[in-house]
Design a protein. Structure first.
Length: 326
């Protein structure tokens, strides 16, 4: 049986390009001899040498590279706490030359590589469109091979915005202009220059995309030609908030009579029916001579209905305006 001692295999390979030092270490630890050899190699060539481990099972030895002796990897993030949509900078570096190796920054939260390169220092800008914390790690590996060494993880947190939305007036009438407004805040303060996406379940929004002002406020307008309850949604970097607005048709109508002339004996009048709001598609106005039972104007789907009527000499007639719902 192989003694449980450190086995050191040392070989020097001479090439036209330079000298490389390799040694193999078992998983049982290191020795003063190993450290001395690595130190001498670093002084000679300015670069530490690879470290290997040997696993022995039933006389079969498997050699695995486990990193570079003496090399340390570091990864920093700046800032580490920011708002959704904002950008942080990740910087990864090795303590010595990475000649023959590559560095890569990995997002453990998404399982994706952020960036990579053969330089001793690499960097990348990262941004997230949804709230949450992402963990990043810097890895060292051979080109096309698996990572063999890693840094301590760095966590960056993207915080959510607070979004408000309101609509006024509500209820409103068909065709009436409704103001839709809100504010985007973080930590109780308005955030400027934030894009806000707007949607409505019907009707017409004057703008589908707006940007917050210096106080984090935004606004647009909304109208509808059909009565009903509409849902309005404001979205900022994947975060949404909603409100509803009720739109209704006319609910009341007035009737006025104005003499066409003030001359003696004149019996002609202008009758005007006026709804208090635009009519819904199923509403109409009409004017009826109750005395005779005749409809003298309408039905009309307009908010205002007017007609001229001449009375019989000496007659007294009664007129009524109706708001009809079909």
């Amino acid at each position: 049986m192989m003694p449980r001692i450190l086995i050191l295999i040392f070989a020097i390979l001479m090439t036209g390009a330079g000298v490389a030092v390799y040694w193999v270490l078992t998983a049982h630890g290191s020795s003063q001899a190993t450290q001395t050899l690595d130190s001498d190699a670093y002084e000679l060539w300015g670069q530490h040498s690879p470290a290997y481990t040997v696993s022995i099972n039933e006389d079969n030895a498997v050699v695995s590279e486990t990193g570079v002796i003496g090399m340390t990897l570091s990864l920093t993030g700046n800032p580490t706490q920011l708002l959704v949509g904002q950008t942080a900078t990740l910087t990864g570096s090795a303590s010595e030359s990475t000649n023959g190796y590559t560095l890569g920054i990995y997002d453990e939260s998404t399982g994706q590589w952020v960036t990579g390169g053969s330089e001793q220092t690499i960097s990348a800008s990262v941004s997230q469109q949804t709230p949450g914390t992402h963990t990043y790690v810097l890895y060292l590996g051979t080109p096309g091979g698996a990572p063999i060494q890693s840094s301590s993880p760095v966590q960056i947190t993207w915080e959510a915005y607070q979004i408000s939305i309101q609509a006024s007036p509500s209820p409103a009438y068909i065709g009436q202009t409704i103001t839709v407004s809100g504010q985007v805040t973080a930590g109780g303060s308005g955030v400027p220059n934030i894009p806000v996406s707007l949607q409505a379940s019907g009707g017409n929004l004057a703008a589908a995309n707006v940007t917050t002002n210096a106080q984090g406020q935004w606004s647009t307008t909304f109208t509808a030609t059909t009565p009903g309850t509409y849902t309005l949604t404001a979205t900022v970097y994947g975060q949404s908030t909603t409100t509803t607005v009720q739109v209704q048709g006319a609910t009341a109508v007035t009737l006025t009579a104005t003499p066409v002339s003030t001359a003696p004996g004149n019996t002609t009048v202008t009758l005007t029916a006026q709804a208090n709001a635009p009519l819904a598609p199923n509403q109409t106005l009409s004017i009826v001579d109750v005395t005779t039972g005749q409809t003298i104007a309408g039905p009309s789907n307009q908010q205002t209905l007017a007609t001229t009527y001449t009375l019989s000499q000496g007659a007294t007639n009664q007129f009524v305006a109706y708001l009809n719902t079909n």
